[in-house]
Design a protein around this ligand. Structure first.
Ligand SMILES: Nc1nc2c(ncn2[C@@H]2O[C@H](COP(=O)(O)OP(=O)(O)OP(=O)(O)O)[C@@H](O)[C@H]2O)c(=O)[nH]1
Ligand SMILES: [Mg+2]
Length: 496
């Protein structure tokens, strides 16, 4: 492994000094930093490319309005992560912070350090407690961080108080995820949904942001919560403008949704079975779509690479057509606003004939991801849709983990979109899982009916096909609507 030499100097330094620092931070706390460095290894070029891309994408979502200056403040640079560990094992706490590190990197931040504090529950005032907050201030100073990211959703008050102590920007997991979504959303609907969720999140926090901004600009002077005056009316105006904008966004989203519903109804009318690929973020959903259909969907070792649902046509080995939809990845504790915002995307899942639930088999505890995704699937009312669990990345997964999952999940298959392992079985499995068209019949279609022949190919199942002097003789299974069109062409012998 030569990765470590490609690490930036500061990261190597921090991995040594952070152990000491975390020891100093609190006796019963867990030092956590080496795993961050492992997450970062060998990926530096990728990451700088992503950072460059991020800036461009950021430009296009910049909004001219003053009220949105506040969102822009969320752009992260050099961050320290803080988690409060209230229950579960130390390993679970580590995994949770490792995921936060991956999220921060996806947002384009450089992770300098991470600490976990063990507490009964988060401190109502400063999240980690005022003494620990002071120690965190020391870490921020010595690492040169400009932002602290907390692994949870903080109240507006907690954000303000913690910022007052650490004297840099403090953001929570929700704001971080919103930021990533804002950077990645491409379609008009996706952008509108994210903007709406951001505004919803910002509304109750406006005052806090206003205060910390004025403090950063050299104002404040220890005014704290009591600061009032001209700023108050400014906040009121901002709130009103945000509310107005939210109303406008909601209308726009409703219109866009109608357009998508129409398309979906169209597909349903033609009775093309729909398969939805769902799963935790970075599990390999887009890779699977590409494997099965040859679609060129962006695959990236980043969380939330896909934010806009892509639908492609695919065919089973027996020649039946179906649609395959890639979906937004799930993440634990997906901010509530976002679940709401992406409900329409999730409806794609609820409405499907079959769910391919992709899970990253190389994750230490894929069960957690399975459970988190199923919770959302339940939420959108997709409980009745049959599900195939695909344990992906079998090429690099621990075979014991794969075995364990295969035992606990009755309807599962180990696959690798990279090596192609299990993909042929998957195609067969999809074929047998999709409901078969109900009418079997024979038709002799004259050559003038070429369009009908291709429709049968697209929507039906071809049992046999023969080109005769009079036309195409087909034995097929089709849905009722198509059967009605074919009946006039049934050969006389078949009718008798
Ligand atoms: N080793 C290995 N890596 C894989 C496999 N499938 C996908 N990956 C990698 O996993 C990462 C994520 O893949 P994506 O297909 O973008 O995952 P996704 O589920 O669409 O992710 P989001 O859209 O971000 O939610 C990429 O770096 C892929 O190259 C696999 O079978 N084996
Ligand atoms: Mg994807």
């Amino acid at each position: 492994m030569t990765h470590s030499s490609s690490l930036p100097h500061s990261a190597q330094q921090s991995s040594e000094s952070s152990t000491r620092r975390a020891d100093a931070l609190m006796e019963e706390d867990v030092a956590w930093s080496h795993s961050i460095d492992e997450e970062r290894d060998g990926d530096q070029l990728d990451r700088s490319e992503r950072a460059a891309l991020r800036r461009v994408a950021g430009l296009s979502t910049e909004l001219e309005d003053v009220t949105e200056v506040e969102y822009r403040q969320l752009r992260l640079e050099r961050v320290v992560l803080v988690g409060v560990w209230t229950s579960g094992t130390a390993e679970e706490a580590d995994n949770s912070l490792a995921e936060l590190a991956a999220l921060a990197e996806t947002a384009g931040a450089e992770v300098l350090d991470g600490v976990i504090q063990r507490r009964q529950k988060p401190d109502p005032a400063t999240y980690i407690g005022s003494g620990k907050a002071q120690e965190l201030r020391e870490i921020v100073l010595s690492s040169g961080a400009d932002t602290v990211v907390c692994d949870g959703e903080l109240s507006p008050g907690q954000l303000i108080h913690l910022e007052d102590v650490v004297k840099v920007k403090v953001v929570d997991r929700t704001a971080l995820i919103l930021d990533i979504f804002a950077q990645h959303a491409k379609s008009r609907e996706g952008k509108a949904q994210v903007a709406l969720a951001q505004m919803q999140y910002m509304l109750p926090r406006l005052r806090g942001w206003g205060q910390s901004l004025s403090r950063q600009m050299g104002g404040g002077g220890g005014g704290g919560m009591a600061t009032r005056g001209p700023g108050e009316t400014k906040i009121e105006t901002d709130r009103r403008r945000i509310r107005e904008k939210m109303a406008k966004m909601r209308r726009e989203i409703a219109e866009l949704k109608t357009g998508r519903d129409v398309k979906r109804q169209e597909r349903r009318r033609h009775q093309v079975p729909s398969v939805a690929i769902a799963g935790y973020t970075n599990a390999g959903k887009s890779s699977l779509l590409n494997r099965l259909t040859g679609a060129g969907v962006l695959v990236e070792n980043a969380l939330f690479a896909t934010l806009d649902p892509t639908v492609r046509r695919a065919e089973t080995p027996s020649g039946r057509a179906y649609t395959l939809a890639d979906t937004v990845g799930f993440v634990r504790h997906l901010p509530h606003h976002l679940v709401e915002a992406f409900r329409s995307t999730m409806e794609e899942v609820a409405d499907s004939t079959l769910i391919l639930h992709v899970v990253d088999g190389s994750h230490p505890v894929p069960e957690e991801q399975l459970a988190a995704v199923r919770e959302v699937i339940r939420d959108v009312g997709a409980v009745d849709v049959p599900e195939i669990v695909l344990i992906n990345k079998a090429d690099v997964a621990d075979p014991l983990t794969v075995q364990r999952l295969l035992r606990s999940e009755p309807h599962a298959l180990a696959v690798s979109t990279h090596s192609g392992l299990g993909i042929a079985e998957l195609r067969e499995l999809i074929d047998s899982e999709l409901p078969r068209p109900e009418v079997e019949l024979e038709a002799l279609l004259p050559f003038t009916e070429g369009a009908l022949v291709s429709r049968v190919h697209g929507e039906g199942e071809i049992l046999s096909e023969e080109h005769t002097a009079e036309g195409t003789l087909m034995k097929v299974r089709v849905h009722e609507e198509l059967a009605a069109l074919l009946r006039p062409y049934q050969p006389v012998a078949a009718e008798g």
